[in-house]
Write a protein that binds this ligand. Structure first.
Ligand SMILES: Nc1ncnc2c1ncn2[C@@H]1O[C@H](COP(=O)(O)OP(=O)(O)OP(=O)(O)O)[C@@H](O)[C@H]1O
Ligand SMILES: [Mg+2]
Length: 271
């Protein structure tokens, strides 16, 4: 049996009278791309916010490599190796691209300049930023020294994606990473997601774009009304059936509501 890299069990999150998560489970297995699909308001963003320390769930448990964790801030999740691109982008608009890429982990100059005088290695960070953006195929960004507030929405999204791919050490989570992107940039982000997986890191991809999901996902988690409704194999379930399960028009196949993993999910009942 495989130990999931990330596992959530019975997560509940309420906002006043709104229940965003109503006992949601999730398993991310080593080396896979897990797509998370669901209607607007199904709780996808809430689920990954809980996994990335951006919200604290009211109930439920989270495990990383089988060890229970409790994240109070996004920094805790980052320290556990979980890097996230949120749907509403967390970039610092007045800083330049390189500074955004290295936000919270700035590089210092070598020697006493860095250790004693705390001087930043701006050139080093810009070179690395350039490399990351080139790898992403975001040729439309010409200068890593450009302030992020002057970038287009899609370019900002690309910067956030580059940051997550560059720094995720255990898991990369992307919430609608291609929503604001053009065709070429979307393609580059999908290729990047495949590259991240080929580097051995598992990825959680939230997307409404079914062709994208079916192209890259190893498994598809279907979220409905704040819960995991099913996990399906894109090779054996059609796009229209996945959407029908997502909207409640169709019941999931019986084998898709139980789990491929044992502990610590052994006591879990399908809903
Ligand atoms: N900060 C908040 N305050 C109040 N309600 C919230 C808050 N965040 C989320 N919700 C509610 O929780 C529910 C789940 O929201 P969530 O953002 O997780 O959905 P989603 O599946 O990501 O949807 P989308 O596909 O539109 O991004 C929604 O009904 C939403 O209105
Ligand atoms: Mg969302």
């Amino acid at each position: 049996m495989t130990t999931p890299v990330v596992q959530a069990r019975g997560l509940v999150k309420r906002y006043g009278k709104v229940t965003a998560l109503a006992g949601s489970d999730l398993e991310l297995l080593p080396g896979e791309i897990l797509a998370v699909i669901g209607d607007n308001g199904a709780g996808k963003s809430s689920l990954i916010k809980a996994l990335s320390g951006a919200v604290i769930p009211d109930e439920g448990e989270i495990f990383v490599d089988g060890q229970q964790v409790s994240f109070s801030t996004p920094i805790d999740a980052r320290e556990a190796g979980i890097e996230t691109v949120h749907q509403s982008l967390a970039v610092a608009p007045s800083l330049d691209i390189a500074a955004n890429l290295f936000l919270g982990r700035e590089r210092r100059r070598p020697g006493v300049l860095g250790s004693v005088f705390r001087m930043l290695d701006r050139n080093g960070m810009r070179e690395e930023a350039r490399r990351q953006l080139d790898a992403l195929g975001i040729m439309t960004i010409q200068n890593p020294g450009q302030a992020v507030e002057t970038l287009s929405g899609g370019q900002r999204q690309a910067v956030a994606v580059a940051r997550a791919a560059a720094f995720g050490s255990r898991v990369v989570i992307m919430d609608e990473p291609t929503a604001a992107l053009g065709v070429r940039e979307s393609r580059a982000v999908l290729d990047l997601i495949l590259q991240v997986r080929d580097r051995g890191l598992p990825v959680i991809l939230i997307s409404h774009n079914m062709p994208h999901v079916f192209e890259v996902a190893d498994r598809i988690h279907i979220q409905r009304l704040g819960r995991r409704k099913a996990v399906v194999d894109p090779k054996s379930v059609s796009m229209s059936d996945a959407v029908a399960i997502m909207t409640g028009a169709m019941e999931p196949p019986p084998d898709s509501t139980s789990d491929s993993t044992s502990e610590p999910t052994a006591d879990q009942a399908p809903d």
